[in-house]
Structure formats: structure tokens, C-alpha cells
Design a binder for this molecule. Sequence first.
Ligand SMILES: [Zn+2]
Length: 421
Amino acid sequence: MARLFKNGVIASAGSSDLIEGDVLVGDDGTAERVGPGIEESCVQPDEVVDCTGCALVPGMFDLQVHAREPGGEHKETLATCAAAALNGGVTGMVLMPDTSPPIDTGNLVKSLQDLVSETSPIPMLASGCLTKGREGIELAGFSGMASRGVAMLTDSDRGIPCPDLLRRCMEYAKDFDLLVTSHCDTPALSKAGVVNEGRVSYQLGLPGIPAISQEIAIDRDIRVAQYTGARLHLQQISTANAVQAVACAKEAGTRVTCEVSPHHLLLSEKEVKDYNTSLKLDPPLRLPGDVEALIEGLLNDSIDAIASNHAPHTEFEKSADFASAPFGVTGLETTVLAIYDRFIKEGAFGWDLLIQKYSQAPREIVGQEFHEIEEGQTADFFVFDPKAETEITREYLKTKSPVTPFLGWTFSGEIRETVVG
Ligand SMILES: [Zn+2]
């Protein structure tokens, strides 16, 4: 069925200007025509979607999603994860391999890919573990996973404890031209910490995670990447020194990229009050000065990408006391809205920066092509109404685990529809 999206403006990665334009999506899901003033009478669509006052924005791509299937289907499934993604304007993602069983062989990658193609209307790229069972002891099956085309190798929320093992991971990964992705944390420093170490951890009487826990891991991983020549991607950087370290490494020519979460761009440890477990994140929310440095890093390209770290845990699991509740919250459905509300609406930056950081760069980091909304490409965009509002409620959220620090918040703007193929 052919659909004509009429009277909207088109956002792009290439310019902060929004250009008037209509989009005709053909029967086969291709954007057949893109441009101003496409006449209904000429193209005879089956449906006209009036987009007056709305922006058409290229679909987003999330580098860090825990879809929980297989093994954690009580938290999320591939189907509910895809529904959440579409609800949030996200049209592609990388799945973390920390499922049960962990994805650490070519065969497991293949079965996950089969499951995705049966279940999901959008691309969900498999990643694989660096070490067998994510145990940090011996290398996982690199060649099998490489032949199945994994997007990256990562032990997900666990770092590689032994630097010699990390070195061998990077050497092998380089042989297969695979991206190594690090969760930057030093367990010997984080210990049983649950919030940022500092004023809030002392006030609440909770064990803290010091900033150096992340910073030392980043420094080490960058050194090993420089030594081996492997490509390295750092997940969820959270401190001012971390931004600085990545900027220096880039200046020295290291093949390193990094991401930041929307939560770390909007919230600081000051929000952690009342033992609210929807603010228990790994890495933890840091100081207001760190938040400023992260925003600055996004603007000056020290930070390449935004990634939500969509990590669903059931409301029951998150209702445990702060120290025992699991780390992580959902993010696929709130990232675009949160960034629009806090930054784009306020004029801090334009749609172009969000598209660069949450669509173009993440796709390019894992070797996928990015397309603007243009003729001849598969339709892949969402319709955003800046005059509407979205209240983040359980009903709004399509994820199986509606836990987010933004629950009860009202954001400016609404994603009316996500169109993909
Ligand atoms: Zn994660």
C-alpha cells in the first residue's frame, strides 16, 4: 500500500535546517519520491498522512540493547524489544550477548539471527562474547562468530579482568577485523558499589563506585588497543576524565570510539534520592560537572554516539532495596524524546546532531550504511510532532519491563509513527 507523507519537514544528519518535503512510500517499502509539493493527484497513493507541523526524521540505531531473549523472557523478548524500539523511533540495534546462554559461538549467533528474522521487523544485529560464557578466562569462538557476521565482540557488562587475555582478544579480533567493545569498569575498585562514590553515597549510606573505576579501565583498554592496533569501542562513558582520555587517544590516532547514554546526559547523582532503584545504573550517575563534560564531548566529537543501554528488569526485580536491585533500566522508548526535550527544543543543538550521534555514527561503527531520507532507499524514518507532548506512563511503554527514571515525566514532542520498509 502506497502512502504519501505530506506537508512535513525533513531532518537530516547533514544540516540543522529542516527542509520542506513530502515522502511517498511505495508498496515495497521504498521511499519512491522525496521532495516538496508531491501532488496526490499525480502519485495516487492509497493513503495520505498529513504531517503538517511535523518533522520526518531518519530512524535511530542503538548500539547497546539487552533484549534478554533467550533466557530472560520474563524481562523482555525480541518481539517486545522491537515494539519498544519502534515506539521510540529506533529502527535498528545491536543486541548484547549476555543472554542465557551467552552468545559465544558461531552456532549460537546463527540461532539468534534465525530467531530475529522470525520475530523482528527491524534489524537486530547479533554481537558475540569475547570470552567463553563471559567468564573472562578463555577466548570465545572468534572465527565461528566472525563467519556469521557478528557486529562486535563484548563481554557486555563485564570487563576482561586479565590484561594479557584482553591483549589476546584484541590481537585475534584484529585478525578477523572485529570490533572489540568494552564495558569500562575495574571490579577491584567498584566492589559492591551501587551509586557514585561521593556526597550521595555518604548521605544515603550506600557503597560507592569511584570515578577511577571507569577511568583506569578506559586508560588500560586504550593502551592495549594502541599496542595491538585493534578497533575499540567504549560503552557508557560517564566522567569528565573519561571524555578527556578518549579525546587524547583520538588525537594520538588510536582507533577508538565511545558512546554515552541519554541518562548520563540528563541526570546526575543529585537525582538519586529516596533509594529510587530506577536511578541505579552501571556506570552510576555522576556529578553535575561530569554531565556538562559529557554534553561538551558530544558537541566536540570526543563522544561518537548515543546508546541507550536498554537493560530491562521487571518492576518486581527493581522493587528490591537499592543495594540488591539489579543495575539498568529501559531506554529505547525515551531517548529521542528526552534528547529533544532537553537539548533540541532548548536550542542546544539541532536534529542533525541527534541523527549523527544516534543514527549515523552508531551504524557506521558497526559497518552498516546510514541513509538520509532520500529517494530510492528503503523507507526508514519517524514522524515527530513537536507541538504534542508525551507522558511517560506504563501504558505508553511497550517494553515488558516499564522501568525508567523518566516514568511520570512529560516530554515535549511525540513520535506519531515509525515507518520502516
Ligand atoms: Zn549494558
